[in-house]
Design a protein around this ligand. Structure first.
Ligand SMILES: Nc1nc2c(ncn2[C@@H]2O[C@H](COP(=O)(O)OP(=O)(O)OP(=O)(O)O)[C@@H](O)[C@H]2O)c(=O)[nH]1
Length: 372
């Protein structure tokens, strides 16, 4: 099934469609998955959860100081802020990376205890002892920011590489798609050209070049195509064509042949197929359900030639061109073309013998014509 589709639609077309589909998938991947992920990463940069804990600790230390610097400070509120500030600083990562953390925590712890013991007396000392803690927090903030910048830069580099890879990958697949499409078009055009050429040769092989009607091969082919159709086969021969040629010349003879083709076609009401069997002999094949039809066509043809009255200056039987017609009514499945042809030819011979300018049709009783 796939093999047949491949041959019918050409492999190149499938390859190019696959390439274009891949391009679409890559673009969707970039738009729906990759870009939103990068955006999400960077949008965290300044939101609440992205803030450093050290910064929050600093905020609460400021609150403690503000409280202590008030005219009537509340030791409880200051102590609470200090406790929260302690909590935000008491982080394993800070302890591991920043040496000042431990000492700052110790300072906060001792301040906390002092505040509980002598709330108002110690304000100035408390304020001063907080300075190294604030310095430590600044170190942590800067250190963490540097760390974060390095991580972000790493991510940006990776994302840029990924995007570049994706872009060039998409571009290459797209170009491959175009290339496959071009191969497909080339192949399609070559196939079309070959079909046209072979059709032209086939038509030529079945055509008479002088008159444009079918030749003997075409007659064989058309009969083979309609084996169950009752047919009438007429053989038409120009009477005394040799003296016509001798007197008026071959070009004039050719012209007469072409004119007669038009006339025969008209007499058959455009329903028959015409063939030139060679020289001045034509054949007519018509689908013919009743013998009367065949008779009527013969009468019409002979009359039409009389009415047309082509001048024949050297005919022994009269001043105009006349035809002799011999025919047979037959069914191709019962009677071979050779047999039918022989019967029509015999009828034609009898007309010639009887003095020409007439017609005769053979109606064989056996075999009986088909589908009547
Ligand atoms: N102009 C022209 N003449 C052709 C062509 N092919 C054959 N002929 C001539 O057609 C003539 C056929 O003559 P015949 O059928 O033998 O005899 P006829 O003179 O027609 O006499 P009957 O058929 O007995 O009436 C010959 O002179 C051929 O040279 C052709 O393509 N063009």
């Amino acid at each position: 099934m796939i093999h047949r589709l491949w041959e019918k639609r050409s492999g190149w077309l499938w390859l190019s469609l696959a390439s274009f589909s891949t391009v679409v998938l890559l673009v969707i991947y970039d738009m729906r998955l990759l870009t939103p992920q990068v955006d999400r990463y960077f949008s965290q940069h300044d939101n609440v959860t992205g803030h450093q804990l050290a910064t929050r600790s600093r905020v609460f230390l400021h609150d403690t100081l503000e409280e202590l610097l008030k005219e009537s400070p509340s030791p409880e509120a200051a102590s609470l802020s200090l406790e929260v500030a302690y909590g935000f600083l008491d982080i394993n990562i800070y302890r591991e990376r920043y040496a000042c953390t431990e000492s700052s925590l110790a300072v906060l712890d001792s301040l906390q205890r002092q505040l509980m013991r002598a709330p108002s007396a110690e304000i100035e000392r408390v304020t001063r002892s907080l300075l190294p803690v604030l310095e430590c927090l600044t170190d942590i903030e800067i250190g963490q920011r540097v760390q974060r910048s390095q991580t972000v830069n790493g991510f940006v580099d990776k994302a840029r590489d990924h995007q570049a890879l994706l872009f060039f990958g998409t571009l290459i697949v797209y170009l491959l798609g175009l290339l496959f499409w071009w191969f497909h078009e080339k192949q399609r055009r070559a196939t079309e050209k070959a079909s046209r050429e072979s059709l032209r040769w086939m038509t030529k092989a079945l055509q008479d070049p002088l008159t444009g009607v079918g030749n003997r091969n075409a007659l064989h082919q058309h009969i083979a195509e309609q084996p169950d159709e009752t047919m009438g086969l007429l053989l038409i021969d120009i009477d005394h064509f040799k003296p016509y040629n001798d007197c008026l010349g071959h070009p004039e003879g050719d012209r007469l042949l072409r004119q007669l083709v038009g006339l025969i076609d008209l007499s058959m009401a455009g329903e028959a197929k015409l063939y030139r069997m060679g020289g001045d002999e034509f054949a007519v094949l018509l689908s013919c359900r009743s013998r009367d039809v065949l008779r009527q066509r013969c009468v019409a043809l002979v009359d039409a030639v009389h009415r047309q009255a082509f001048n024949h200056p050297s005919s022994p039987i009269g001043p105009i061109v006349t035809l002799s017609v011999g025919g047979v009514w037959f069914c191709p499945s019962d009677m071979a073309l050779e047999q039918a042809y022989a019967a029509a030819d015999a009828a034609l011979y009898r007309v010639k013998q009887a003095g020409r300018d007439g017609w005769e049709v053979d109606y064989p009783t056996t075999p009986v014509p088909c589908s009547v």
